[in-house]
Design a protein around this ligand. Structure first.
Ligand code: ANZ
Ligand code: ZN
Length: 965
């Protein structure tokens, strides 16, 4: 009795309400004061570098979507910390570039002032959510001490020939008034402002990222990134192995270089196409007799979006160049030359050899302009039901299939064979000297008695292998289908008894499906001919024919052999092409890192000496873009006019600035050693902390920041500045948080939810839990403030349970099992970024605890430890209430004991000679002899074992029994 009354007293004393405001500000202060989030320098301790893609401090502040990734890395890094790692989890600001500059122009504040203000706001918002950032390592890309090293890296690239000036036409955004890189586009639109981008020739700085394309491609295999992101990068890099071939222009010394991945089709090339941008089309290069028309066409298509130009479905346009022709180097044939916009100027060589029989776009074009279509590749079909048998001779046959359509009913005529369960079209071989048309008409007449047919069209031919076992032959056939229309019963005569004995005729409605015993390996090809009402383009690899001495080779072999041949005649060679283009690295805008070179009247381009770095961005009166192709810096004579570092003569500074992606290429390295004045990063610290173990950010960076940063890092690796060739080992993409209305959260739609309000009303811990509980981490999901209540209740439940803690609480086996299982689940789920599953297993466990009258302190503490990374404030409060002096952040993550987890049943797989014959549900942990007994007594297994000799029984614990007979 005494015992119970005591409890009541303690409980009433302690049954405080959960006051998140008090608790959260109290613990944030304590953490700050104790500097618990300060990262230790390099040591023997294992490290874990957890990184968020750092934000642009925009003027709008954070909405609830922004912290989603930050909460995840916070949980992950807190978890790793409790597992004994030295954590590096930093934060900083990507503050150069158009967003900051446009904001500044709009609000008439200098970007520097605006950025400072915005950072303050962001930082304040972040601090309320309780993140464990080590703010002593904060960086800002616009800080001269930072961009000094961005400029330094540029100079190293320049010295290695990787940064160069170019005058190629580039993407120009008329609204942002600056040149852009391909990565800055969304199709043909400016990714920033949505304006249609133009091509504009101008002087620019370019980085030779293509030199790293192959390594970037290969090293993707080393990375534990989501496959989808790797695939996006692969496609962006777009490596294509093929052949470059020179088609001589008749009566000219000049040639047209084409790039093809299908040199095996060269004998089928019936014309050549130049992109409208092709230099040979400039006036006077060729004597084109219809040049005016050509010029008009080029002007018309100049600004058509690329997607429209290359879409397969779009109607093709083009103009034949009169007065010139090209020579196909494979067979010496003369072919016409066209200009057409489905060929792009900046891919490959900007010209193609067109093979209408085997390429869909060429086919559409050839159809439209009535150009010859010549098949040179046979698709390969192998009858897998009747394959070639070893030992039989190979007999080749020309084959014809007759597809006869009844005009009235739409049905097709087929034969049901009596010798075999086959239903086929009318078919037969062409005899010596007989052409295909004669052969099929003869066969049709013999087999069906029909002689009056209207010929419609024929299909392409195929290469086909099957076994003719009754004749002990392996057949190789070259079938073609001839399509006819039947509309005249009167001409059908009775067929011979001999034919009747072989098969029976049947009209089949193909719309109702194929007949049961339908036998035709080439059916898909005939079907495609039917859909195209004639010849259909065949893009598969296959066997060569109509290709001179290369006939009979497979496409693969022919690619090698034809390339070798062309090379020996100096007509071409192997060539690797990339979609990735060199990185257009200069912007005609103010708010960026100045490019650290000067232009000397005598010496040309001279890099600024390293000891003079940083080249500080000067203050200007007007930072709005000039639109002249010059940056606003060009107007500051005092800054622009300088001395040449080499000859001391008159020189001008480079006035272009770097793109907004520059600073983010290496910021993760600076966190490692943010105050270093002598180097970009200290070697020892870099070796210890790099590479980043876990990187979290938006999937939209797959082909932008993540490409640039990998390139930049590989360069730093090559010059010995870093010790490993890849910056980010693991990556997770954050799914967007949409507004309640399902739209993107934006000031424009008035649907923005501010995290500050959520923290105020529900608490940071609830906000953190809710963002992780909404759904799978990498999926987009709509916000719903009402749903925060569920997470709030869960925290309140955890809070309540502290008043059930009692020395005399018992732990039974089941609770112990559930606890161990929960520890395992939560640990695994955090590792896998399945935060929602982690939370639901904690919810299950807390329900179990809540259903009990008393709870042991030890058990309760375990769930608090698991919850701590998710809800760090409330757990520290309870932890402290329970009498723990140490902060929960410095405690050790719970371990689970697999032996204590009672698993119920699993499906035991029963096999005979390795083949699955049955499964049966049995309790986890059954012994080998029990499992054997169950297997041998199983009815499905008995069928095989009765009367057989059992040679061996193999047992794999908790998985399978395999009986070898
Ligand atoms: C002849 C040919 C025959 C082709 C055939 C295909 C099939 P990927 O794989 O993307 O690299 N091509 C080359 N340069 C082009 C350009 N500037 N604009 C549009 N198309 C271009 O594609 C390579 C193929 O794309 C090349 O191989 C070429 O067409 C076309 F049966 O050459 B092919
Ligand atoms: Zn723009």
């Amino acid at each position: 009795m005494l015992f119970y009354s005591k409890i009541v007293i303690i409980a009433s004393m302690k049954t405080k309400k959960y006051d998140h405001k008090k608790i959260e500000s109290k613990w944030q202060k304590k953490w700050d004061k104790a500097k618990i989030f300060k990262t230790e320098k390099s040591s023997k301790k294992p490290k874990c570098y957890v990184l968020d893609m750092f934000p642009y401090p925009s003027g709008d502040g954070l909405h609830v979507g922004h912290p989603k990734g930050y909460i995840a890395t916070d949980i992950y890094s807190r978890y790793k910390k409790m597992n004994g790692f030295n954590i590096l989890h930093p934060m900083g600001w990507d503050a150069f570039g158009l967003p900051a500059e446009n904001y500044a122009i709009k609000n008439k504040i200098h970007p520097e002032v605006a950025v400072k203000k915005n950072i303050k706001r962001f930082k304040n918002q972040l601090s309320k959510i309780g993140f464990n950032y080590d703010w002593s390592r904060e960086i800002n890309t616009t800080d001269p001490e930072y961009y000094k090293w961005t400029q330094w890296t540029f100079l190293q690239m320049y010295k290695k020939g990787l940064a160069y000036e170019s005058y190629e036409p580039i993407n120009w955004c008329p609204s942002c008034q600056t040149g852009l890189a391909n990565e800055d586009l969304d199709g043909d639109l400016c990714e920033r402002c949505g304006s249609k981008v133009e091509k504009k020739p101008m002087r620019q700085w370019v980085l030779k990222i293509t030199e790293y394309a192959d390594r970037m491609l290969q090293d993707l295999d080393k990375l534990a990134w989501p496959e989808s992101i790797k695939e996006l990068q692969r496609n962006w890099i777009g490596k294509s192995e093929g052949t470059e071939i020179n088609f001589k222009i008749t009566n000219y010394e000049l040639g047209i270089k084409v790039f093809t991945t299908r040199v095996d089709t060269i004998f089928g090339c019936t014309y050549v196409v130049l992109a409208p941008e092709h230099p040979l089309l400039q006036k006077g290069k060729l004597q084109i007799t219809n040049y005016e028309l050509v010029q008009k066409y080029i002007d018309e298509v100049k600004n058509k979006p690329e997607i429209e130009r290359t879409a397969e479905k779009k109607e093709k346009t083009g103009i034949k160049l009169e007065g010139v022709s090209a020579i196909n180097p494979a067979n010496g044939e003369e072919v016409p030359i066209f200009v057409a916009d489905y060929v792009l100027g900046h891919y490959g060589t900007g010209a193609v050899m067109a093979v209408p029989a085997h390429d869909e776009r060429d086919f559409a074009f050839a159809k439209k302009y009535n150009l010859p279509i010549k098949q040179v590749i046979l698709p390969i079909r192998i009858d897998t039901k009747n394959p070639h048998r070893e030992g039989y001779p190979i007999v080749e046959r020309k084959m014809v299939h007759g597809l006869i359509k009844n005009k009235k009913t739409g049905e097709y005529l087929m034969l049901n064979w009596k010798s075999n369960p086959w239903t086929t079209f009318i078919l037969g071989g062409a005899e010596e000297g007989e052409d295909e048309m004669e052969a099929i008409l003869r066969e049709i007449k013999e087999e069906t008695g029909i002689s009056n047919l209207k010929f419609l069209f024929k299909s392409i031919s195929a290469y086909s292998e099957y076994g003719a076992y009754h004749k002990q032959q392996n057949r190789v056939a070259y079938p073609t289908a001839y399509f006819f229309e039947f509309n005249d019963d009167s001409t059908q005569v009775v067929v011979t008894d001999e034919e009747k004995a072989k098969h029976e005729l049947q009209w089949i409605d193909l719309k109702k499906g194929l007949p049961k015993n339908f036998t035709c390996s080439e059916w898909d090809i005939w079907l495609s001919a039917m859909n195209f009402e004639g010849f259909s383009p065949m893009t598969e690899l296959g066997k060569l024919f109509n290709s001179g001495k290369f006939n009979g080779l497979s496409s693969q072999e022919a690619k090698e052999k034809i390339t070798e041949y062309l090379k020996s005649k100096k007509f071409g060679d192997k060539k690797i092409t990339y979609k990735l283009k060199d990185w257009v690295f200069s912007r005609q805008r103010y708010w960026g890192e100045p490019i650290p070179v000067v232009h000397c009247e005598k010496c040309g381009i001279i890099p600024v000496p390293e000891k003079e770095l940083p080249v500080i961005l000067p203050k200007v009166k007007s930072y709005a873009p000039t639109g002249t192709g010059e940056s606003p810096l060009a107007d500051i004579a005092k800054w622009v006019n300088t001395k040449c570092p080499k000859c001391k003569g008159k020189a001008k500074r480079e006035t272009n600035t770097m793109p907004q992606w520059a600073g983010s290429c290496w910021y993760y390295l600076r966190y490692v050693d943010p105050k270093n004045k002598k180097a970009l990063v200290d070697k020892k610290e870099e070796k210890y902390f790099m590479p980043v173990d876990m990187y979290v950010g938006g999937a939209e960076h797959a082909t932008r920041h993540l490409i640039y940063a990998r390139f930049w890092h590989k360069f730093l690796f090559d010059i010995g500045a870093v010790s490993y060739g890849e910056p980010f080992m693991n990556l997770h993409s954050v799914g967007l948080i949409l507004a309640e209305d399902g739209k993107k959260m934006s000031k424009r739609w008035g649907n923005v939810v501010n995290p500050d309000d959520m923290v105020k009303t529900y608490g940071a811990d609830t906000l953190r839990m809710y963002e992780m509980f909404m759904g799978p981490f990498n999926q987009a999901i709509a916000w719903k403030t009402d749903n925060m209540i569920g997470c709030r209740r869960f925290i309140e439940k955890i809070w309540r349970i502290q008043f059930k803690v009692n020395k005399n609480a018992t732990i039974d086996e089941e609770l112990e099992s559930l606890l161990n299982e929960t520890i395992k689940k939560v640990s695994d789920s955090i590792e896998n970024f399945s935060f929602n599953t982690a939370i639901s297993s904690m919810m299950i466990f807390s329900n179990e605890l809540d259903s009990r009258e008393f709870v042991s302190r030890k058990t309760y503490e375990q769930i608090l430890l698991l919850l701590a990374p998710f809800a760090p404030h409330v757990t520290d409060e309870i932890w402290n209430n329970l009498g723990n002096k140490k902060l929960i952040y410095k405690s050790i993550w719970p371990k689970f004991d697999p032996a204590k987890i009672i698993k119920n049943n699993f499906n035991l797989v029963l096999q005979i000679n390795g083949k699955v014959r049955s499964t049966i549900s049995v309790p986890v942990g059954i012994t080998e002899s029990e499992a054997q007994k169950i297997a041998l007594e199983n009815e499905a297994i008995k069928k095989y074992t009765t009367g057989a000799v059992i040679k061996k029984v193999i047992y794999v614990k908790d998985r399978l029994v395999n009986i070898v007979i």
